[in-house]
Ligand binder design. Structure first.
Ligand code: HEM
Length: 446
């Protein structure tokens, strides 16, 4: 990549900017996947468009992802929609940039170190058993809705020590807040955005109460909040109360809606591929059933690991990354990336690169076996968690929850898809089947 000053005559990427002001936003929102597919076919892996009032460049493929990650925080910088900025809050990692972002990131990462994760596994196991038993009793369920409750319950317990089964109000307030994230940022009484801002205030008040309780408590609690309350940066400075509250809130949304999508896809793909399901169960049958999952036990589940990687390849929860603003004009692949525009990387199409993956449209966990390791041919071919300085903060937490859930599910339960449902995908804000995955659920052999 070079600066514009050395390449003054570079062309802009191919593509169209659409109508004045609205650009191509309406076509994009009507069918995001079709929008990208058509343009990729017509223009290739890099094209220009105009989305959400911004001239934008879409980047597809491992090389393009590498370009974005390498320049993130230098010539490119994170940018958010106005609703995101207000609802996430000024201290959220999602809106921080530069050294403030990096220092905050290191502090937050203290809550996702291996020792902490091992403790979280105990609570995850307990909550998973509870929900599996509940689903066994219900028998027929819309799994996406149930998994949303399950992942939110785990997140609330492990982030702030509150169970949503005990505090249903928390779930309702959270839903009002998160549904405002994609709303138009106009506040008038009763508007979606206004309700979301009020819900944010309610959630922050609850976090304040929880922090007060923690500070008066003598016994140690092992959750994200307790770790963040004592986390220090390199100069010994602690996080402020505002830092903690905004980031717990951000992690709730980043950490539970993505996982809901990933687990729903896992359940769908296992139902559609009985041979893979059988192989996962066979691997589980060979392992001793532990009362608690240690890193050692989890490491032995190598086939399950391949399956989870393939689920995240073929149906990544995050379809498009956050946008980056171009701070300084630069070049990629012979095209001008102009200052003032936005760029973003597109994950599903990067995962369907035929030069990396054999028959990329097929669900084939063996492509990640030691022998084939298809993704190892080129860095950034498998990017469900993004990469670079903004790689997913909760990646290890997410992988742990997915593995533990899958292991407990496959050992003892089975399910079939109910007929007549729409499995077509909605991809924004997170990928999921249109009817939410309706299944008949039972204990093995019943
Ligand atoms: C399967 C589950 C998950 C997926 C697929 C996923 C995906 C991603 C992706 C693609 C990014 C980068 C976005 C970009 O480059 O614009 C990201 C960032 C982030 N994720 Fe995740 N995520 C998952 C789970 C989690 C969990 C469990 C947490 C919290 C515990 C979390 C917290 C975050 C945060 C805080 C960031 C922003 C990091 C930063 O800006 O430095 N995510 N995630």
């Amino acid at each position: 990549m070079t600066r514009l000053s050395t390449q003054p005559t570079l062309p802009l990427p191919p593509g169209r900017l659409g109508l004045p002001a609205i650009g191509e936003s309406i076509q994009y929102l009507q069918d995001p996947e079709g929008f990208i597919a058509k343009r990729q076919q017509r223009y290739g892996n890099i094209f220009k468009t105009h989305l959400f009032s911004r001239p934008t460049i879409t980047l597809i493929g491992a090389d393009a992802a590498r370009f974005l990650f390498a320049n993130d925080g230098q010539r490119l910088e994170m940018t958010n929609t106005p609703s995101f900025e207000v609802l996430l809050g000024a201290k959220s990692i999602g809106v921080q940039i530069g050294s403030v972002h990096q220092i905050l990131r290191r502090q937050l990462l203290q809550a996702f170190q291996p020792r902490a994760l091992e403790n979280y596994a105990l609570t995850m196991t307990e909550v998973t058993h509870h929900y599996l038993q509940k689903w066994e009793q219900i028998e027929t369920l819309t799994w996406y809705d149930e998994l949303k409750k399950y992942t939110l319950d785990i997140a609330c317990r492990l982030f702030v020590g509150v169970s949503t089964t005990a505090d249903e109000q928390l779930e309702k307030v959270y839903e009002t807040w998160s549904s405002g994230l994609l709303s138009i940022p106009v506040r008038f009484p009763g508007s979606k955005f206004d309700r979301a801002v009020r819900a944010r205030e309610q959630l922050l008040t609850q976090f304040d109460r929880l922090i007060d309780q923690r500070q008066q408590q003598s016994t140690e609690t092992q959750d994200v909040l307790s770790i963040l309350l004592v986390a220090k940066d390199e100069s010994g400075k602690a996080l402020s109360r505002e830092d903690i509250k905004d980031n717990i809130l951000g992690m709730l949304v980043a950490g539970h809606e993505t996982l809901t999508s990933a687990l729903t896809s896992l359940c769908l793909l296992l139902a559609q591929h009985p041979a893979v399901f059988k192989a996962v169960r066979a691997e589980q049958a060979q392992l001793e059933y532990p009362t608690s999952f240690t890193q050692d036990t989890l490491k032995q589940m190598t086939y399950l690991e391949q399956v989870l990687k393939e689920v995240l390849r073929i149906l990544p929860p995050v379809v498009r990354s956050g946008s980056r603003k171009v701070l300084e004009s630069c070049e990629f692949d012979g095209y001008l990336i102009p200052q003032g525009w936005d760029v973003y990387y597109q994950i599903p199409e990067t995962h369907r690169d035929k030069s990396i993956y054999t028959q990329p449209e097929q669900f084939d966990p063996d492509r990640f076996s030691l022998k084939r390791s298809e993704d190892k041919q080129k860095a950034f071919s498998h990017i469900p968690f993004g990469g670079g300085i903004r790689e997913c903060l909760g990646k290890e937490f997410a992988k742990l929850e997915m593995k533990l859930f899958a292991a407990l599910l496959v050992r003892n339960y089975e399910w079939e898809l109910l007929p007549g449902q729409n499995l077509e995908r909605i991809v924004l804000p997170f990928s999921r089947p249109r009817d939410g995955l309706k299944v008949k659920f039972s204990r093995q052999g019943m």
